[in-house]
Design a protein around this ligand. Structure first.
Ligand SMILES: Nc1ncnc2c1ncn2[C@@H]1O[C@H](COP(=O)(O)OP(=O)(O)OP(=O)(O)O)[C@@H](O)[C@H]1O
Length: 656
């Protein structure tokens, strides 16, 4: 076997390595001491190898070989030549160079392919915190491709719409839940999977990408849409279509945003719009508020031309339960506004955070009727440094996804509030204050408000909400007992008959269920119906003692004219400006199907309310008196003690 002297020889599974030259010691001395130590160790190891190799050569190998001559370590070229004397090393180097070149080529080909492909695609990402994500999800939920996809996510999420979807496909529309909800559950793309669909004859893919945010395993989601097109027009069309679908789905609701503990806005719920006509105020008040707000929203350029800050504030003050909060949500529905609520008692909210939050409000970039402007509802301003707030429950999980509709707003004091009056004023119209916002503030204590808060520019229009007038009482009654609907009655009758046939329930006779009211003489009818309503046989054992409150029962069949007569009588019984609208509504609620009884018992109710009010006032007065007496007694005691002390202190002086 021919052996290349310059190459190491592989024999018996051992590499014979050349030994280091003796001159290595001299070379090592040039290195710093630590390197010299390493060098010495390496040399000893290699000597051991050599010794081992020599013994192998001597005993096991018939073909004795010559090891490559050791390199001179002070000569670089000889080191290189020495390294290349290893045959395997040269092969490895060839492999590395060849493999590297191949890998480079592969990467280049892939990146060129990627660039080529991406030049034909448009990729759009939608982050879940953004409104466009909701548009897209609602749009996707309506695509037929997901109805037949083999792997989908089934979702009841509301995506900022009025309510969670509860109807399962195939579920009877007669079902109670369907009536309540009216939306079908959605089939959505499953996270991490890619779906392909066609949009306007363009191929597109949809992927929901979830990423871990770090804390408590929370995930953030982004929707990625790739469309096979070079034109942005297609993407714009898609966005417009998704937005329109979303807007039409949310047409009957308003979105509520609250500030969360991270000091950012979260869409917590959507509420059904309340018809403006359902809020009964003194004539002209609702119209004034709506028209003024509408006029404001349409006059951005007017404000800009005059350099006046584009902001409007309304202060609604007056009796509790007179419709202040209700009119705000109604206006929001009427003008397609979203409502942003700041909870001033929120943990960690101080002047700086409030200012930041308010400056983060979205501006009015879009225009009616398609866009949504922003409306802010601020809590009730209170006297200096004590600000009442609307407190909402803290959200712990992802708010947008699993938010149940919020409970009724709870008004609480804010003993922990760190917001000062100057901080609030700054947030409202300081340098960082947002343009294009409408602010509504409500209070029950108008006189105790700081004048700085109420001045024009901050609160431009002040509207008083009084206790109910006779006019309001009459209209409320009219609105509460809607006239008899023939079609509805026919439908109910058929339903009852069906139930009767199926033996489900003993359906009451048509006349009996509605108090038997069917006479032409209004006054006589009122008397008869009142008697019927009060007759003991009418209150069957199955009914609760406090009857007339169930929605499932039916009110008498009343024609508009008859309701008008009853409403007039009801208004006569209600004293002017003494009861709140909320109280009247509460009273009528206890007589849902008993309009005659509601009219008949109205005077008694007023008397009992007066008595209860007087009792409360007496109790309040007694409490105040007791407190005053206690304070006076304490003051007298203190005075007495002081006098005693001064006498005591004077006595030794005299003695002295
Ligand atoms: N003018 C009104 N017309 C119709 N309903 C009314 C009116 N005022 C109050 N209500 C009813 O009373 C309830 C309470 O009304 P709302 O919360 O708007 O009163 P408020 O003036 O904001 O009270 P508070 O000052 O105590 O917050 C609502 O359910 C609403 O339907």
């Amino acid at each position: 076997m021919r052996v290349n002297k310059r190459r190491p020889v592989y024999q018996g599974g051992v590499f014979h390595r050349p030994c280091l030259p003796a001159g290595g010691h001299r070379f090592a001395s040039c290195f710093p001491p630590i390197m010299a130590t390493y060098f010495t160790i390496a040399q000893q190891v290699l000597s051991a190898f050599n010794a081992n190799g020599a013994s192998l050569n001597a005993t096991g190998s018939a073909n004795a070989t010559t090891t490559p001559s050791p390199p001179n370590l002070s000569d670089f070229s000889s080191i290189v030549a020495f390294l290349f004397s290893f045959g395997a090393l040269t092969d490895w180097l060839k492999l590395i160079v060849f493999g590297g070149a191949l890998e480079m080529l592969r990467r280049f080909a892939f990146s060129t392919y990627g660039k080529l492909i991406s030049s034909f695609w448009i990729t759009a990402s939608f982050h879940e915190d953004d409104s466009s994500y909701e548009w897209m999800m609602v749009w996707l939920s309506k695509r037929s491709s997901f109805q037949s996809a083999r792997e989908v996510e089934v979702s009841t999420r509301s995506f900022g719409l009025n309510s969670n979807a509860l109807i399962v496909p195939g579920e009877s529309s007669e079902d109670d839940l369907s009536v309540l909800s009216g939306r079908r559950i959605a089939y959505l793309p499953s996270p991490a999977l890619s779906y392909s669909l066609w949009y306007h004859r363009r191929f597109m893919t949809v992927t929901r990408v979830q990423t871990q945010t770090g804390y408590y395993g929370q995930k953030e989601e982004t929707l990625q849409v790739n469309i096979l097109t070079r034109s942005h027009r297609v993407l714009n069309e898609l966005l417009l279509e998704a937005k329109k679908e979303y807007m039409s789905a949310s047409e009957h609701s308003i979105s509520i945003y609250v500030s969360d503990t991270n000091n950012s806005w979260r869409n917590v719920a959507s509420r059904p719009k309340r018809n403006l006509s359902s809020i009964i105020l003194d004539p002209g008040v609702a119209e004034l508020l709506v028209d003024d707000a509408r006029d404001f929203l349409e006059s951005k350029s007017w404000y800009a031309a005059r350099g006046i800050p584009f902001r409007r504030g309304y202060l609604l003050y007056g009796a509790p339960g007179s419709g202040k909060t209700s009119i705000i949500s109604s206006i929001a529905g009427e003008l397609a506004l979203d409502v942003y609520i700041v909870s001033l008692s929120r943990v960690g909210l101080d002047d700086a955070a409030l200012s930041e939050l308010i400056s983060d409000l979205p501006g009015t970039k879009m225009h009616l009727p398609h866009g949504r402007h922003r409306l802010r509802l601020l809590p009730k301003p209170q006297p200096r440094r004590t600000i009442q707030t609307h407190r909402r429950p803290e959200r712990t999980s992802h708010p947008r996804r699993r938010a149940p509709p919020p409970p009724p707003t709870i008004i609480t004091g804010a003993p922990t509030s760190r917001i000062t009056l100057s901080g609030l004023l700054n947030a409202l119209d300081g340098v960082a204050a947002q343009e294009g916002r409408i602010l509504y503030a409500t209070t029950n204590k108008y006189t105790s408000l700081d004048p700085a808060l109420c001045r024009p520019g901050r609160m431009d229009i002040h509207v008083e909400f009084k206790l109910a007038s006779k006019y309001q009482a009459r209209r409320l009654f009219n609105q509460f007992y809607l006239p008899f609907d023939e079609k509805e009655a026919e439908k109910n009758k058929e339903k009852r008959e069906k139930e009767k046939q199926s033996g489900k329930e003993e359906a009451p006779a048509d006349d009996a269920d509605d108090s038997g009211y069917n006479s032409a003489d209004e006054n006589a009818e009122l008397e008869v119906a009142s008697k019927l309503a009060l007759a003991p046989e009418n209150a069957s054992d199955s009914k609760p003692a406090y009857f007339g409150t169930s929605h499932r029962e039916h009110a008498p069949k009343l024609r508009p004219k008859q309701i008008a007569v009853l409403a007039e009588r009801f208004a006569e019984a209600i004293p002017d400006r003494e009861m709140s609208m909320a109280a009247l509504q509460g009273y009528l609620m206890t007589h849902k199907i008993r309009p005659y009884e509601a009219v008949r018992a109205a005077k008694e109710w007023v008397a009992s309310e007066r008595e209860a009010k007087a009792k409360r006032e007496r109790a309040q007065a007694a409490k105040v008196l007791a407190e005053a007496e206690a304070a006076a007694a304490a003051a007298a005691k203190e005075k007495e003690e002081k006098e005693k002390e001064s006498q005591d202190s004077e006595t030794p002086k005299t003695e002295a």
